[in-house]
Design a protein around this ligand. Sequence first.
Ligand SMILES: Cc1ncc(COP(=O)(O)O)c(C=O)c1O
Length: 423
Amino acid sequence: MKDQRTTKLGEHQLSPQSLMMGYGYNPKLSEGSLKPPIFLTSTFVFESCADGKRFFEGITGKRTGGPEGLVYGRFNGPDQEILEDRLALWEGAEEAAVFSTGMSAITTALMAHVRAGEVILHSGPLYAATEKLIDSVFGRLDVTFANFAAGAPLEEVRALIEQSRSKRRIAVIYLESPANPTNELVDIAGIVRLRDELYASDPENRPLIMVDNTFLGPVFQHPIRHGADVSLYSLTKYVGGHSDLVAGGIVGNKVALAPIMALRNTIGTITDPHTSWMLLRSLETVALRMERAESNARRVCEFLRAHPKVERVGYLGFLDPASPQGRIYASHCSGAGSTFSVLVKGGEAEAFRMLDALQLVKLAVSLGGTESLASHPASMTHLSVPAARRKQLGITDNLVRVSIGIEDPDDLIADFDQALAKV
Ligand SMILES: Cc1ncc(COP(=O)(O)O)c(C=O)c1O
């Protein structure tokens, strides 16, 4: 689009896919360069003292509406701002902020909104580092937590909200859907409705709803459209998509994002210009990559489900549409993604044998890249989770987590076939 701020062609609404190539960037400001340059600078020159003063008033919150100009590398930069504008489009969010890692995004969001003496309510399981952050780090700061299983019926969540708020103010309801590594879905829209109903007469104390959307976002699930205040991403995963960077992102409404941006300015958890540029490049292909990985995963899961050495495949595409999880899937997700669990018949030894035998699929603990990866949560990503809680969450010793990439699906099936033959 000639005007880099336009999202419409006449009356026609353009899709995020089309806008990823130019939105938010004006070539005239960069010598006509088709693509945004990487702006490697730590600070920006003001045209006048009046400008500098006005920008700082925006940065420090003395004036609402943000900085209006570029100031200093810890606050903002052209690559980061273009990236934020584009990231927000996928969920139709008012605003976005980008961070050095997914965990720095989550930490900044929670620190900005939670105070001593309050409680965080969360679904379980969460990514292990997030659980540790809430339990150990916030625990030291007189912040308590209470949790419910990701797929818990809404009546159970209602009881927990009522019980928790009778003791402490609930600052945040923090959800992860699908959950890592069990893939269990949370009824985001149901919890938003419940929160709105329970706080109708006490809107000042309404807890924010934050959702970790790393597994299906930004293509297959949009928590902001279901009423969540904040949707969080490890951009390291599907958005980055090539296993060559770490970064995080937050999209949401301005009221929820303002304190998060202010804290990011103070502590410096923003991502750097080079990583932001890489993410701009990645966003151009995110839909293509996620759609291809999704169709590959379906083929691989069908093969695994029929294999005699496999006990079960935990894949969203196999949910019974009449089950509670199947209903959440139908109302929240437009695709099953490509991260799932395989329960190999046996225990740790059998799971290890399959993992050690895989050739094309690499043994590594990330997900969402162009290449397929597999790992063993009980002994790797979730080792720090106490054994009793792992059991309660269904993170068993025979569970292998798989993230399918964009390889040829027949080659992936051949790899699982030969690896399972060695179990
Ligand atoms: C669901 C989820 N959230 C957050 C994170 C943390 O992201 P990062 O490693 O970019 O800090 C991860 C990492 O695996 C994750 O799987």
